[in-house]
Design a protein around this ligand. Sequence first.
Ligand code: GDP
Length: 484
Amino acid sequence: MSEIIRSPIVTILGHVDHGKTTLLDFIRKASVASKEQGGITQHIGAYQVEHGGKLITFIDTPGHAAFEKMRSRGAQVADIAVLVVAIDDGIMPQTTEAIKHIQAAKVPTIVAVNKIDLPGIDKGVQLQRIKKQLSDQNVLVEEYGGDVPVVELSAKSGEGVDKLLEMVTLVAEMHELKGDPDAEVSGVVIEANLDKFKGPIATILVRDGTLKRGTEIIVNGIRSKIRGMLNWEGKVLESADPSTPVEVLGLETVPPVGSLIGKDQLAIVAKEQIIASLVEKLRAGEDKSLKLVIKADKQGSLEAIEASLEKFNEEEKLVKIVSSGTGDIGEADIKLAASVKAIALGFNVKVAPTATKIAENEHVLIRTYNIIYELLDEMEEVIEGMIRPGEIEEVLGKAEIIAEFPYGKNERIAGCRILEGGFNRSSKVRIVREKEIIGETKLKSLRKVKEEVTHVDKGNDCGMIFDPQVDFIVGDIVESFRII
Ligand code: GDP
């Protein structure tokens, strides 16, 4: 892994007519002119400019509707918000709304006081008024003891725009934004539509890792292969690293704005597919029990796994351990599994290459794990699928968010009280506000007081950290559920 400092992603917010579009246009045009190329720039929802040798990514759809849409899907896109305030108008209703969004998202902010070229304005007086109005809304500029920079500019003439870009790079440096081009790719869809000729197209802002042409990605739960990538200058790209916006071709469907792309999405789909195929295999078999050949690194872990699997056999014999032992999964294990239609499970062990070959030929499924509860959770899902055919959704638990606490740099812990049922660390969860589902996610952490736990039941309080993040508020209901 090799972390690099990535360029900041900036969004521009503010009241209508305060000059957001003019500012975005000015910055974009200035950049094209400075490169002395009459390139065919295209609107893809974001663009990148260079300032003092450093790149800055601007999200090209101004306004907080887009900002909020993304946040509600758990996507925190912007690293820095530029709040545009027209010097003649000062703080207006949508400025206040934008401030609320910025504060909820906890993004570093720069205030851009725009239209300083307007004649007949007492700049000094107006500026003081704006700073006072901002401080009343808890946006503390330097003069009020805070750290929010204010830049005066004219988006029309361009005066002061350089200072804004300078400030953006300074704020970005202070926050040391990091990305890892070698990490698994993650990103957010910031724009998407159906093109008559090209089919579904979407602009993806890469957050981490490198997006490459030809690779498969999961967007909004649907697997697609990237057939082509273009940047905002219409240039064909082979790869896009952190903070780069790219328009991608080849998606199977048009994803909703704010859809996440990433490792988690992959893991969810991969797991769902595996479990579906497992269940299918078992249904095809004559006898309804799940047969397992288990290999583990140590006798101790083997015993723990066997004892835990026994709980599935309390009412009915659902799991049959055909054989178990320590050491890597070898040819003999696979041959045995093939003869009795079993699954080969490995815990903290490797699979011999010859065994993989035989498994492919004999259609034996091999699953390996490093964490016992993941093994158990997956087996539980398989067993559930075996005994309940058809796809049904089952709510496993309900909890109310009664408090929130900051966690790490920009995450939050939801302090929850379990009202019904229980929560497993591996459960899928969704956040419900006034009967409306505002986001679906998974648990990154489930804790009782400070201790990480795998399960919490009704009547208990616990802390949950969601991944991907969801924009929850106190009073929301968290439901854990599963689709069988
Ligand atoms: P938005 O609704 O915030 O995107 O605002 P626009 O960028 O569409 O600007 C609204 C109006 O203000 C337009 O008529 C612009 O020409 C004008 N405008 C924007 N910036 C400036 C500026 O710096 N000076 C002056 N005088 N007018 C501006």
